[in-house]
Design a protein around this ligand. Structure first.
Ligand SMILES: [Zn+2]
Ligand SMILES: [Zn+2]
Length: 232
């Protein structure tokens, strides 16, 4: 079991690694050995980030391009990354949000020729937001926004109803569950944005949101995802 699961108070100490409790690299909350062992995605479809043996377009994207321009997913949804996201989502561990956001910013900033104008976290419905008290994706976004000096836009798009959790649904049911679930709030003044999400599985939510933003007039919507789960 991960150290931070059994010693949550240690997350308060900014010089301690959230994963093993050892000495973290200066200014971070992770040590070098833990960082080296993170389940990073090395090869993936450049459009939808589906992990593959080589970085070539996956069969689904060859058949039909998604409405988002491309997707950058940093980690596989497994091991310590899965634990950190779980801690963030269900156990109020905001230190995990900061760590995940910084790790994402490190990876995104070093290989990004053309930065978007702003970062748009996938919105929660206000009822879900009240229940949880925070949007875990916004919390991750704060660290990315700070590290990459990129404004975060929270009012561009909103969720019209509290959709059922996608976790146990089939790919088709996921698409139906989020169909028309979002509305872009204003005529956006942006041409190029990055949608941010914590986990992507089939991409149903991202696809629906990207459709909504493209329809509202955003020309280029890219997708930044912390962890990519393998399609069910
Ligand atoms: Zn460590
Ligand atoms: Zn693909």
């Amino acid at each position: 079991m991960c150290f931070f699961l059994t010693h949550p108070l240690r997350a308060i100490n900014c010089f301690e690694c959230l994963l093993c409790g050892g000495m973290a690299t200066y200014g971070t909350t992770i040590c070098e050995p833990c960082k080296r062992e993170l389940p990073r995605i090395h090869h993936a479809c450049p459009t939808c980030a589906q992990p593959l043996a080589v970085s070539l377009s996956c069969p689904a994207c060859q058949r039909h391009l998604p409405p988002f321009y491309n997707c950058r997913a940093i980690f596989h949804y497994q091991g310590v990354i899965r634990h950190l996201i779980h801690r963030l989502k269900y156990h109020n561990d905001l230190a995990a949000a900061k760590l995940l956001g910084r790790l994402m910013a490190d990876a995104l900033g070093s290989h990004h020729p053309e930065m978007p104008e702003c970062l748009v976290p996938v919105p929660l419905h206000p009822a879900r937001l009240r229940q949880r008290g925070y949007n875990q994706v916004v919390e991750m976004g704060r660290a990315i926004s700070h590290e990459l000096n990129l404004p975060m836009e929270l009012k561009l798009v909103h969720r019209l109803w509290p959709t059922e959790s996608q976790q146990k649904l089939s790919a088709v049911a996921r698409r139906l569950n989020v169909r028309d679930a979002f509305r872009a709030r204003n005529k956006p003044q942006y041409h190029h944005i990055a949608l941010l999400d914590d986990v992507m599985t089939t991409g149903a939510t991202a696809t629906e949101l990207a459709h909504c933003l493209r329809k509202a007039g955003v020309r280029r919507v890219e997708l930044w995802v912390c962890a990519r789960a393998t399609n069910p």
